[in-house]
Ligand binder design. Structure first.
Ligand SMILES: [Zn+2]
Length: 359
């Protein structure tokens, strides 16, 4: 079915702009955690700079036509793009009727795209996207001040997509007011495990400047990710992802460091109430570390396959048998070296949004 066969979504019946919204050809923020394009793969890391990943987004408003100009492209190169646009219009677009004035008022991106076309008063077609229809229509209703048509609640998914669009069309301030309300009324259910929703929260809380949610979501990711964190195609700045990864690596490093320190203490006799005590503790800790592949070799950054919270679980299960001295009195020096590993490694903390304040 071609786009012209589909019902048009009318936001403003007198609107002189028809938006052809490209349908996404891939899922939004795909969770490739176990997929071929695994999170943390070198390719993903190398291509994680905003300039590379946002190429598609930056071209979103790249085709603008005057309706009565026989699809003559204005302000852009013709040729391949025109052919591509025709394909989108035929197969992969939604149509939305909107007001040019509202688009220009709320978004400098639309303002620039439309600036040279509307003086003559003719209608205009814009091809944009790819974005999902539901959040895009919501964005257009916000643009056209139609709160009576807003949903009471929106899902994290829609909110995350709305944030991506607000980022692209440079209109965060207009969206922020409504986003704050939707976030306040959002059903409880903050994730408790590292998952796609956790990364959507990192993105949403970063974009809408929500310090508590940002700290909570980054703490979860830092604590539970068992590989390098990637941004799933979301426009989270590379500096944020880098800091999450560095914090995660440091948290794991501190756990391993505390185990190594305690091994050294027992080896040199710096800890333990007697030669027998420190020898047995040394043996027990070494065997426990060996059982979880931390002895004799140890992995290094980025600690793929290892997470801080799993390490803690394993340390909690470390065992040391009580033993009897030569006088057959049970040893009771009360030392608890394994819980001390966790305590000394310190609690995991999320990232403070204020760290990224300019100046
Ligand atoms: Zn002892």
């Amino acid at each position: 079915m071609s786009a012209s066969d589909e019902p048009i979504h009318v936001i403003d019946p007198e609107g002189e702009v028809i938006i052809y919204l490209r349908r996404p050809d891939r899922p939004f923020a795909p969770w490739d955690y176990n997929g071929n394009r695994g999170a943390g793969s070198p390719t993903e890391v190398l291509t994680s700079s905003p300039a590379v990943e946002n190429t598609e987004s930056n071209n979103s408003v790249d085709e603008v036509y005057s309706i009565d100009s026989s699809r003559g492209q204005v302000g852009r190169d013709s040729g391949p793009q025109t052919v591509r646009a025709a394909k989108h219009v035929e197969k992969r677009c939604h149509r939305i009727q909107v007001s040019a004035k509202q688009l220009k008022l709320l978004s400098p991106v639309f303002k620039e795209a439309l600036s040279c076309l509307l003086a003559s008063g003719v209608g205009v077609e814009i091809t944009t996207g790819p974005f999902d229809l539901e959040p895009f229509l919501l964005l257009m209703k916000i643009f056209h001040c139609q709160p009576q048509n807003f949903p009471q609640r929106v899902s994290l998914e829609v909110l995350a997509q709305l944030a991506v669009m607000a980022d692209h069309y440079q209109c965060r301030a207009w969206i922020q007011f409504f986003a704050d309300r939707w976030i306040r009324d959002m059903d409880p259910g903050f994730p408790t495990a590292y998952c796609r929703d956790a990364m959507l929260w990192v993105w949403v809380s970063w974009f809408f400047k929500l310090p508590a949610e940002f700290e909570k979501s980054t703490a979860l990711v830092v604590d539970q990710s068992d590989r390098l964190v990637t941004r799933l195609g979301l426009p989270i700045p590379a500096v944020v992802i880098d800091l999450i990864n560095r914090t995660r690596s440091l948290a794991i490093y501190r756990m391993i460091e505390q185990m190594n320190l305690r091994r050294d203490y027992f080896l040199t006799g710096a800890r333990g109430c007697s030669y027998e005590c420190s020898s047995i503790m040394l043996g027990a800790l070494t065997r426990n570390m060996h059982a979880i592949d931390l002895y004799p070799e140890q992995p290094g950054d980025p600690y793929t396959g290892m997470s801080r919270n799993k390490l803690i679980e394993k340390v909690r299960s470390f065992t040391v048998s009580r033993y009897c001295s030569t006088s057959r009195v049970q040893h009771k020096c009360g030392m608890k070296p394994f819980p001390e590993i966790i305590k000394k490694a310190g609690a995991v903390k999320g990232i403070d949004l204020d760290m990224f304040k300019l100046g």
